[in-house]
Each structure stands twice: as C-alpha cells, then as structure tokens.
Design a binder for this molecule. Sequence first.
Ligand code: ADP
Length: 507
Amino acid sequence: MKKPFHSISGLSKFFHSIRTKLTFWYSLIVFATLVGFGVTAYYYTQEKLFASLDYSLRNEVVWLKSFIEPKARKIKLKRPNRKQIVNKRQQKKIRKSHEVEVTNEDSLEVDQIWNQIYEHTLLSPKKQIIQIRDRNGDILYKSYSLGKEDLLFDDIPYNTIKLVTLYDQSGQALRLAVTQNAIMKIFVAYPEAEVSEVLGNLFSIFVLMVPAALVLSLLGGWFLATRSLKPVDRVTGTARAITVQNLDQRIPHTGVEDEIGRLISTFNDMIERLQSSFEKVKQFSVDASHELRTPLTVMRGEIEIALRAKQSGEEYRRVLSSTLDEILRMSAIVENLLMLAKGDIGKADLHFENVSLAGIVQDLSEDGEMLAKTKNISVHVNTSKEVFTIGDPMRLRQLVLNLLENAIKYTNENGSVWMSLIRENGSVKIVVKDTGIGIPKEEQTKIFDRFYRIDKGRSREMGGTGLGLSIAKWIAESHGGTISVESEVNKGSTFTVVLPLKPAHPH
Ligand code: ADP
C-alpha cells in the first residue's frame, strides 16, 4: 500500500509545503511592514509639511505686522484717498486726528515701505502671496497675485492670527494666514498644491517600491526557505529508504548541531532503538521456537524408541515420566511467556494489596534452605524490621524466589546465600547475594533478556528456562521499581531490587 503522502496532488503538495507557507508569511510580513511604514511616513510628512507651512506663514505675518506697525501713521496719512471718503463720520475722524496734508516726502516714505516688503519677499525662499489692505478693504500692497483673485477674509479680533485653507475658483487650495489691527489687514498665502506635490512624489515612490519589494521578498523568501529546507528533504528521502531490511542504515549527519543536525541525531537514535528492538524480537522468535522445539525433540525421540519394540512396564513408566517432565517444562515456558506478553501489552493481571515483604523473605528462606540442602549451601536471612508495601503478593514472591533459586543454582557446593531487606527513605531494597560462579561484566546487561543464558547447557540441566530474570525485571518494573546486578566471576553475584514504598490506602 502506498503512503498517503504520494496521493497528494502536485498543487496541493505545493500549497501544503512549509516552503510555500514560509514564503507567504515572510512576504506578507514584509508587505505589511512596508505598507505600515509607507502610511505612517506619508501622514507624518504631511503633518510636518503643513505644520511647517503654517509656521512660516505665521512668521511672515508677524514679521510684516511688526515691520509695518511703527510706520503705520504714515500709511494711514496717505490713505484713504479723500475722494474715497464717503461718510461724515470718517471725514470728522480724519480731521480730528492729524490735520496734516500728505506731503510728497510721506508718499515717498510709504513707497519705500512697500519696496522693502517687496525686497523681503524676493529674498524669502517660499514665494508667498502677500496682500495688505486698509480698513476699507482697499489693497495697499500686493505681491505675486499669481493669477489668483484677491484674498478676502472676514474681520477677526485685532492682533490675532488666523490660519485657514481657502479654495479659488479652479478649486486650488490656498493656505492663508490673516492678521488685523486698527489700520490694516495682512494676508499671507501659499498654494497648498506645492506641498501636495511633495506628498504626491512620496506616494509615487511608495507605489513603485511596495510591489518591487514584494516581488523581491517573494523571491528571497522562496530562496531562503528552499535553502534551509533542503536538508529536511534529504533526511526525508533517506528516512523513507530505510525499511526493516536495512535498519543498519543511518542518515548522514551534516556535522552541524543546528535544528537539522539535532533532527538527524534524533532520527538516527530512533532508528538505532528500532533496530535493537527488531533484533530482540527476531532473537526472541528464534529462542522461543528453539526452547519449545528442544523438549518436543526429546519427547519424540523417547516415544519413538519406546514404540520401536515392546518395552517393559518399567521402561514405559520411565518414558512417560520423562515426557511429563518435558511437558511441565514446556508449560512453564508457555506460562511465563504468556505472562510477559500480557505485561508487554499492559494486560497483566496484577492484584495489588498490602504486602509484608519481610513475610515473603522469611517464607522463602525456608524453601531456599530446602533447595540448598543437597549442595550444602547455607542460606542467611536479614530482615530486622517489618516492611509493608502495596503490591501483588504472588508476583513479589515469584520475583524473590527467582533470584533465590538462581543464587542457589549458580553457587557451588558449600557456598553461601544471603537475603536481606533494607529499608531506605521512601524505598526498600531486596538484596540476594551469593558466593557463586559470578557473571562476566559483558553479560550483566544481557541476562535480563528473554531466554538469555550464559551457559545454555548448564541452565537447562538445572531446569532453567532462561526467563527467570526477565520475569523478575518485569515484576520489579511493574511495581515501579528497578533491578540491578553486581558480580565478579568466581566470587559471586549480588542482585538488588529497589521498590518504592507505597503506603496502604486507608479503607
Ligand atoms: P535461567 O532459567 O537460565 O536461570 P534466568 O533468566 O533466571 O534464566 O537467568 C539468566 C542467566 O543469568 C542464567 O542462565 C545464568 O547464566 C545467569 N545467572 C542468573 N543468576 C545468576 C547468579 N546468581 N549467578 C550467576 N549467574 C546467574
């Protein structure tokens, strides 16, 4: 059956690939940043430009006002023109003030004022439109009309400055600063179009830049994503090529401990664990079939010989008894295997209750003494204190028995075996020590594997199935404990089981 990965269409694969997603998000972020930056820059510049325009208009108005005011009397004298005086009140006012005739000299001086203002505007970098009107609205001075109609604005409180935007007939916006005193109204204006043009240019730059940056980020993002994900593709390819048949293969390491390097190391570790499990399973199948085949071969041979010729009743009894031994042996193997298999799939029937470990050790010491008698091995027990824990009494008994049987089995005549129970904070140690044949260092981890025996012949001779220690290990672990061994060849072995002490639940 093909993997579902292969059934994904090319287009769907493209849209689902991390490369596409990375490029998309990368470009989206670049795009959003640029747009955000553009909008902010645009509005900020606009704000600043208009503020600066207002500032210079205001300055200009202030300058004009302060320039003209000291000379205002002369302007006032020159104007209004007598012909323009229409009502009596105005006539009276002028007469009452300074009944002086306008001399040529005054007129000349006033013209000089306007000339100075004109020169000032010439020097100013911004070509502002200046208009000065008298109280009647007549124009006293005017610069750069620029074809626009004259500036007019309602009266405002004296000596204040008002800034407004006006629109001429063609819809052109003019920014205007107005001030007024008792004699005149001063207008300074500037076409907003000039500011808008700068903003327009800025806008065009952004409009051109954003798509260009977007294309660049798409290309750059794709390139970067491809580059950084290439090793992942290589890892995927190699990993896919590894099957049960070639589990000895490893993914070549890049030599750099970056994310990819760590991924490769993790992958290789996983393959190694898989390989070792597969090998164990294979070994187990070989061992299991072998273990079951041996008693069958023995039984077959004996029965065949017995059937070949008529045998005595005694001989039949012997054959049957030997067959029964082999059947018992096979039953024990099958029984143990079943228990381990159930444990493997988490379906072992364990019955937890409050157990006296000291009781178990004491009980077994008697069995041990019986077993050890023939070999004249002395069995010593040290359980000074009573120790209770929560566990399956049958299994815990089996665990200690397996260790004790082994200790006696693998100890030569006149040796010694010790069993002790040591309570430590939160846990209890069950130690089974012997003065037996010992276990070579390189075998010490293997002896807990199923069917592993250092000396197959000797073990079998002694009725061992090669499952005792794997069962002990499983029982210890299923109680949350551990099992370990320390041993020296020809000196003896010490098996230590550490179990957590679980207090009984109050009923
Ligand atoms: P067996 O049924 O063969 O005893 P076990 O799983 O109990 O199987 O033990 C595995 C192997 O570990 C034994 O075959 C033996 O070689 C070694 N072994 C176990 N206990 C001892 C011990 N106390 N001293 C020396 N060797 C031991």
